[in-house]
Design a protein around this ligand. Sequence first.
Ligand code: FHN
Length: 403
Amino acid sequence: MSGRMRWWAEVKFGMFIHWGLYSILAGVWRGRCVPGVGEWIMRNARIPVREYEKLARRFNPVKFDAEEWARLAREAGMRYVVFTAKHHDGFCMYDSEYTDYTVVKATPFGRDVLGELADACRGEGLRFGAYYSQTLDWHHPDGMGNDWDYDPGRKDFARYFKEYAMPQVEEILTKYRPVAVMWFDIGTPTPELAREMVGLVRRVSPDTIISGRIGHGLGDYAEMGDNEIPRGRVEGYWEVPVTLNDTWGFKSYDHNWKSPGRVIQMLVDVVSKGGNMLLNVGPTAEGVIPEPSAEVLRAVGGWLERCGESVYGTAPGPLDAPLDAPYRCTAKPGRVYVHVLAWPWDGELRVFGARGRVEVSRAYLLEGERELEFRWDGDDLVVAVPDRAPDPTDSVVVLECEW
Ligand code: FHN
């Protein structure tokens, strides 16, 4: 295992934060609800740069409290945070010397949001990472993606990349060090440019992990598609970014929150297949993480507090659950954790195809350590379980075993 990946492979669960000027619009432009994710509103409504820029004068998130956000992440059982330093709209949520289009210089708020958050996260024992949109920049005349203000034929993307994006990434890495992850997105148009960016990150901050969306296979881990959990186990390091509702940036009318149970089951599913889950929150323009998100996160944290041993520092282990099985498995040396996501009505938990893969010496419920009888039936291990699920979302049965 490469040294810089060690912590990342252990922690499993992180917080993604999408926050920027788009949170002011919250999905509405000129009285019209704009379909699509909130942070894409500039592009989806074709808002001219000169109009969109004016939002900066209205950005005054008086309720922003970096420590509260970091505490929430910790209480949720998350172990790292990735924050949008610059998203596709080009607005910098940190103090950049390469543009005035920043939260520090262009808003009445005038505070270095990223800096405050980085400090707060570290104070809570969390690793801090920065998201940086290296390819799409709808504000910069040479950035990619804005064809409503700028003529794509006249853009010099390589100039933008080398003279703006790379220096900004260098400044983030040095000014806010240590940056645990540089979370690039979308991919980079050419392998040459991607390689230059990777070289820069390695030179300036060798321990920083580079997300797979730098492209061309050059990242430290693979990034799955948004909300795309693979069907089965995937070898190597990987992560899936997940929304709590149907947007990354705040939308005032998106109330389609996932339940805590759903989030826990998704997390366990991801971890059982060898990945990390980066769960998003989209704070409001006032600087508040919407209460429904916070409630879900606290409930997930409560479960992790009790059952975290079956998640953190685990690996997929010797048993793969069939796709439609009502359980998922994680493992540590000497133990397999069977996460029962739908409790058997007949008192028998059947672990398929376990024979020959594990030598079980003991079975018990993780919470309360209640001993459970077990027997073999053909290739399956059958564990006698109580009538009622100890936890309706995920009751963990521990198998002490050789594997
Ligand atoms: O276009 C972005 C999107 O706004 C958001 O940041 C997600 C998060 O994974 N990444 C891109 C789409 O994949």
